[in-house]
Design a protein around this ligand. Structure first.
Ligand code: SF4
Length: 298
């Protein structure tokens, strides 16, 4: 078997920056808290926990004072910054610049929508850290659309400004955008001007990977897609692989690899999400190469 790791897979610059910041800070600090998992990958979270990073939730944050807390790449709502000032918490802010820029765009659009009696709609996952940071820019008034049923929450006679969580699928965003536009047209009739502004705010680190991954999935006989099960980006990119190659398998680590998936002549491709560490994909590669000897012997 020929086993190849996709050179375009692995950490995006936002996640790489956050992990580097955490590691640098831990070299100089006795204690570093992180608000939520630094990355949606349990293996990497465990590695950093073993180095001393303490993961906390929002409730725990309220009890802390006089300490350092890392904000991960997903960003945070304004309340977190306010709470940190009140409790004398030093924030080590590793929010991704792409997310910070999106927060700013959402805030500006929200102010405009407030003046025009309009609505902010966010295509994303309710409760996802980045979405919490985005709805925080809108006094929690933004409508989060995750599935078809959520479309009922939009008033199609009022202006709509749509954004996307940075890690959603491009295809899903444009399908949603079309549905909203046609519902506005149906509600207002053809003569009335429609006030709909759709902003494709999917991160290019994610959307550019889709065509690259499609090619990679076509070039290999079997695809091992390595990602944490909680990663939105992982789920979206895995679907891209599956659409191109039905022999695509979603695994969290090498222990989930099933030898029955391969034949000796297969080309095996290993790829992953923007939250998948390279060391983990290399571990999977070594495991598959070791399996190969067993397959050949059988
Ligand atoms: S996927 Fe994009 S927006 Fe999200 S952390 Fe990575 S670089 Fe930043």
């Amino acid at each position: 078997m020929q086993v190849t790791i996709d050179k375009n897979s692995g950490y995006c610059f936002g996640v790489e920056f956050a992990i580097k910041m955490a590691e640098d800070e831990m070299e100089n600090s006795d204690q570093l808290y992180c608000l939520g998992d630094i990355v949606h990958n349990d293996m990497e979270v465990k590695r950093l926990r073993d180095k001393g990073l303490v993961v906390i939730d929002r409730e725990k944050l309220q009890e802390l004072s006089n300490c350092k807390v890392l904000i991960r790449a997903h960003g945070e709502p304004p309340e977190t910054y306010k709470m940190a000032i009140e409790n004398n918490i030093e924030l080590i802010d590793a929010s991704c610049p792409v997310v910070l820029k999106l927060q700013h765009r959402v805030k500006t659009a929200f102010d405009k929508m407030e003046r025009e009696n309009g609505q902010i709609v966010i295509y994303g996952k309710k409760g996802h850290a980045e979405v919490i940071g985005l709805t925080g820019q809108t006094l929690e008034k933004a409508i989060v659309v995750m599935e078809e049923a959520d479309l009922e929450k939009i008033d199609y006679r009022r202006p709509v400004t749509l954004f996307s969580q940075t890690t959603k699928s491009t295809k899903g965003f444009y399908e949603l955008s079309e549905k909203i536009e046609s519902k506005i047209k149906a509600a207002k009739g053809e003569i009335e001007e429609i006030d709909f502004n759709a902003n494709d705010s999917i991160c290019r680190q994610v959307s550019n990977r889709e065509p690259q991954l499609m090619r990679f999935a076509q070039e290999n006989d079997v695809i091992l897609f390595v990602s944490g099960k909680k990663s939105s980006n992982g789920k979206a990119l895995y679907q891209v692989c599956l659409s191109e190659n039905p022999r695509s398998y979603f695994i969290e680590n090498e222990t989930e690899v099933n030898p029955d998936w391969f034949t000796p002549s297969d080309k095996v491709g290993i790829c992953g999400a923007t939250s998948t560490p390279m060391w983990l994909m290399e571990q999977v590669k070594s495991h598959v190469e070791a399996l190969e000897e067993n397959i050949l012997e059988a």
